[in-house]
Design a protein around this ligand. Structure first.
Ligand code: CA
Length: 225
């Protein structure tokens, strides 16, 4: 579960983006909406955050000042969402330590992807405790998989395959590599055993099985939407 602060003074946009991110993450992201900087700082002070998405032009303080406040004493990942596309604005954002910058109008799918990448980078690199793609998540310390927020019981090999697919998303995992990594050098059976486990895994993933692609004659790949 990730907690995301979304600061945007336009109500419609705030609701739209909040709903979208919640839905796209399969309920794995809790979005805290704030209409201005004051509200944002109160929320930030009341609970730990994993990511902040900030509009630049706000009624009380500007997003840059807010970024400075949120960043004092924390390394919270920050993504700017702004109508201002001027290069100096972008540079100012990055200068303040923003991790990414998007210009309105923007694609919600792209926002989701960027936010997910930031969460992965900040969580992932230190400890890799939760891997998330769409509505699928693997909680590594708990040895658990979640589909659309619900825990699914996966046998160990299926869970291990899912973990590898998510860790290496976008890349093709060859059958022989999966065999080697999950069964070890001394495994002497057919590499078709991988296919059987993938078939079971697909069944458990429900609608998200569509992200698990078969690469003809090679292996498998997780394609993020
Ligand atoms: Ca605004």
């Amino acid at each position: 579960m990730h907690t995301i602060l979304l600061v945007e003074d336009e109500r419609t946009l705030r609701e739209l983006v909040g709903d979208y991110l919640t839905r796209r993450s399969g309920g794995q992201w809790r979005v805290l909406p704030a209409a201005d900087g004051g509200e944002a700082l109160l929320l930030a002070a009341s609970q730990p955050l994993d990511l902040a998405i900030l509009d630049v032009m706000l009624p009380d303080i500007d997003g840059f000042a807010l970024c400075r406040e949120l960043r004092s004493g924390s390394d919270l990942p920050i993504l700017f969402l702004s109508a201002r596309s001027a290069e100096e604005d972008r540079l100012r954002g990055y200068g303040l330590g923003a991790d990414d910058y998007m210009t309105k109008p923007f694609s919600q799918a792209e926002l989701f992807a960027k936010a997910a990448a930031l969460l992965r980078r900040s969580k992932g690199e230190m400890g890799r405790d939760l891997l998330v793609s769409g509505g699928v998540a693997v909680d590594i310390p708990a040895h658990a998989a979640l589909v659309d927020g619900r825990r699914v019981d996966l046998p160990p090999k299926e869970l291990a395959i899912l973990r590898l697919l998510l860790e290496e998303r976008g890349r093709v995992l060859r059958r022989e590599d999966l065999l080697l990594r999950l069964w070890g050098w001394d495994y002497e059976g057919s590499d078709r055993v991988v296919d059987t486990h993938v078939k079971n895994l697909r069944r458990a993933l429900g609608p998200w099985a569509r992200c698990l692609k078969t690469v003809f004659k090679t292996g498998y790949k997780w394609e993020e939407e």
